[in-house]
Design a protein. Sequence first.
Length: 451
Amino acid sequence: MSFLLKPWIAGLLLLCPVSCRTVDRGDTNIMIYQLDVIHYRIRMDIDNRDQRITGTTDIQFRALKNLTRLAFNFEGLQIDSCRMDNREVQFNRKEGFLWVVPGNQVQAGSHHIVTVKYSGIPSDGLIIGQNKYGHFSAFSDNWANRARHWFPSIDHPSDKASVSFEITVPAGYEVVANGNTTKTTTLGGRSTYFLEEINPIPTYCMVVGVCDFSIHPEVTPTDVPLTYYTFPEDSLQAVLGFARSVDMVQFYDSLVGPYPYSKLALVQSSTRFGGMENASAIFFPEDSPLFAVGDAGEVTLAHEIAHQWFGDAITQSDWSELWLSEGFATYFSFLYFEAKDGTARFDELLTAARNRYEKQSSKSRPVIDTGYAALADLLNVENYQKGALFLHALRIRIGDEAWFSGIRRYYKGFKHGNATTADFEQIMSEASDTDLKPFFDRWLTKPGIPE
Ligand SMILES: [Zn+2]
């Protein structure tokens, strides 16, 4: 995600002192490591007459322990029915969780499907309304824990799953989501779009977008279909704004390893962030500089594209290690400009990161920080700028050959999974034949930048 933030986050950062640390951070689920979601099937009907949705989500999972009840993050919408393996089951709701009581004990190792039918107006996570030109639009905006407002899930980055969508909208509107469009049907003035992402992705990256888009296809030299979904009024400018995207995908593909998904959509949307790296469908805000004259958005574009490898394909096991996503995307955006625009541009970006860090860091918190008060607090210069500066210091410490070879090994080993800082440290130590633990600890577990 791009650290260009709407005022609400800046407000949160100011209004959330250490004292509110006891408040529920909404960053966990008791079922983590007790069950493993394998697949979400999300069926949803969205209308342009009001903001109401009707939805049905199948959660296909494997029990990791013997369980007598299950908890899913799900907030706001009315539940119309809840079934498990096609049988009506008891459920109740408490403090943001949907508790499912299966009746019989769920055995460790067994596979099941919980089906939840629901309806209502999502209070967050799926923004249904009008775009800036007054046209009907609906866009998901989940980071960090807002997917729970429009589908039930284990809403934590450690439980990645594949996802399929069946989204019904008034005919004439297009739907974009993660993965490939497998089928489209139209009946009685309504169109249904079927999409599927077969690789496991985190829930905060599972999104749908609905609008009367202008659709512009590009193809990368590695045959990854790259498509722009923008508002018709901004589509010509978007072609200029996104002009380097093909080259960026190609660059990371050859530097790090094969692009992890079967397509990439660049979408003009309603996200509150400067850009949101949703797996295979990056969302940009409707007023992004990418849709205006000039090249002000290209660092954000590179950042969100780099996230497809780091954050999406390799996901941090816990929010406290968000630097594995944001520090990487920040530094890898710099690497694109180093390779393409030269070292002067690279130095400029690094210096700007350092200056921003010096200006905004409290120098009282480490990069790996379990003591945050709210997830939004993690959108800070420790995870972004210091994370990037650390990757650069590590590159200088072990040299380009070991650094790039370690990065490639890390991607190959953890692609479509989760990683911790310890996993990354071990691979980089092996790649450089050096014990890097003290170096990692000094940078990542202590405040400030080492001398
Ligand atoms: Zn980011």
